[in-house]
Design a protein around this ligand. Structure first.
Ligand code: ADP
Ligand code: TRP
Length: 370
């Protein structure tokens, strides 16, 4: 829509706000285990690419991780691990603010306030909530009645918690508290971003203010990426158990790739490519480059492809990406002093910004000293 308005288009393409300050970039990843290639290409690599040109702030979403009730020790380990993985993937603590979400109490307070403007209906309709609730309740059909099951059955109290339902409120607060312009995330997070914009707009219109801006995803001019899994499914994800992790050693990675799901192979020239094989091509596009993928696509088209060769090449090229990162993770993850210094500084700076927003929000909502 902005293409008709050159000024708006120029503003959109620039890394600067109209007042000359750098645009603010904010993103985070939940601390629910190690980072995988989906996280890397969907999110982390974008973080790294943006760090030179933007006022960028990246965090570890440990409060969001709590919505699925992790073991306390595992949660703590994962926070440290993800910080080490951020750094190992190339995030520079001198160029970015890096912090842990739970170190910022202002976020929790603003989450409470923002919940007053969020409908439980819209939360219950959110795709990620429905997926997680369905899993927790053991509902397999798509066409279900989650609401009825949740409200009608006492046994579900502990299985679907209120934190899970209000996940989008917390995420909106993460973003709005910074007045972020851009939020680099993978495709699966776009619905949450849409909700963030909606909550901000609703707040503005309820109080008759022009306070929150509308943040958008950032994809360097392309589409949001979805990294596929090795099991033939559409998405690589921790809970899907189909991941290549940045921390995987050489042997583990090769084994995973060699075991990736394929099919019986093409029997006629130019036959359509099945989903599992297309997934391998997509991964190859990411790590090997288009020339290599084209080579194998041609072999597929003339039926001379050998999946073993494709997988060997893919594993080789994956290792070129992951092994150097793995080595850096191992180098820093036990350096507690270094890691804690980084997040301490990050928390101090973030709390300054967050306190300012919270003060404004309280004032706008009528919470004032007597
Ligand atoms: P997971 O689905 O493994 O639990 P998260 O939900 O913690 O991963 O995702 C963290 C970030 O990584 C988000 O920005 C998300 O969009 C991105 N991401 C996760 N999986 C993928 C994927 N398969 N492809 C692209 N981006 C992804
Ligand atoms: N929901 C995001 C995920 O699952 C993590 C997240 C929490 C986030 N708060 C955020 C991402 C704010 C970007 C901005 O990956």
């Amino acid at each position: 829509m902005n293409s008709e308005n050159p000024a708006a288009q120029a503003e959109q393409n620039s890394n600067l706000r109209p007042d000359g300050s750098k645009k603010i970039v904010l993103s985070g990843i939940r601390s629910t285990g190690n980072l995988h290639l989906g996280n890397y290409y969907g999110a982390l690599q974008k973080f790294v690419k943006m760090q030179d040109d933007y006022d960028s702030r990246y965090f570890i979403a440990d409060l969001h991780a709590l919505t699925t009730n992790p073991d306390p020790k595992a949660l703590h380990e994962s926070v440290k691990q993800i910080l080490a993985e951020y750094l190992a993937a190339g995030l520079d603590p001198d160029k970015n603010i890096l912090y842990v979400q739970s170190d910022i109490p202002e976020i929790s307070e603003m989450y409470l306030l923002m919940n007053m403007h969020v409908g439980i209906g819209e939360l219950m309709r959110t795709a990620s909530f429905k997926d997680k609730a369905r899993k927790a309740l053991g509902i397999t059909s798509e066409n279900d009645e989650i609401e009825k099951e949740i409200i009608g059955n006492q046994n579900n109290n502990a299985r679907v918690n209120a934190g899970l339902l209000t996940y989008p409120t917390l995420m909106a607060v993460d973003i709005l508290i910074h007045h972020a312009d851009y939020v680099p995330v993978g495709k699966d997070q776009e619905q949450h971003l849409e909700l963030t914009r909606r909550f901000g707009r609703r707040f503005n219109s309820f109080y008759g203010v022009d306070y929150f801006k509308e943040p958008v995803n950032f994809n360097f001019g392309g589409e949001a990426i979805k990294v596929p899994g090795l099991d033939g499914s559409g998405k690589m994800g921790k809970s899907e158990g189909n991941c290549i992790y940045l921390i995987d050693d050489e042997k583990t990675l090769r084994k995973k790739v060699m075991r990736a799901v394929t099919d019986a192979g093409p029997t006629e020239p130019n036959s359509p490519v099945s989903q599992p094989v297309e997934n391998l091509f997509t991964l190859m596009d990411l790590v090997s480059g288009k020339d290599t993928t084209d080579h194998f696509r041609e072999k597929y088209a003339d039926c001379s492809i050998r999946y073993g060769d494709l997988k060997k090449q893919l594993a080789e090229d994956l290792l070129k990406v992951t092994l150097p990162i793995r080595q850096r993770i191992l180098d820093i993850r036990d350096n507690d002093e270094y890691l804690s210094k980084i997040v301490k500084q990050g928390a101090e700076r973030t709390r300054e910004y967050a306190a300012k927003t919270l003060k404004d929000v309280r004032e706008i909502m009528g919470i004032r000293k007597i």
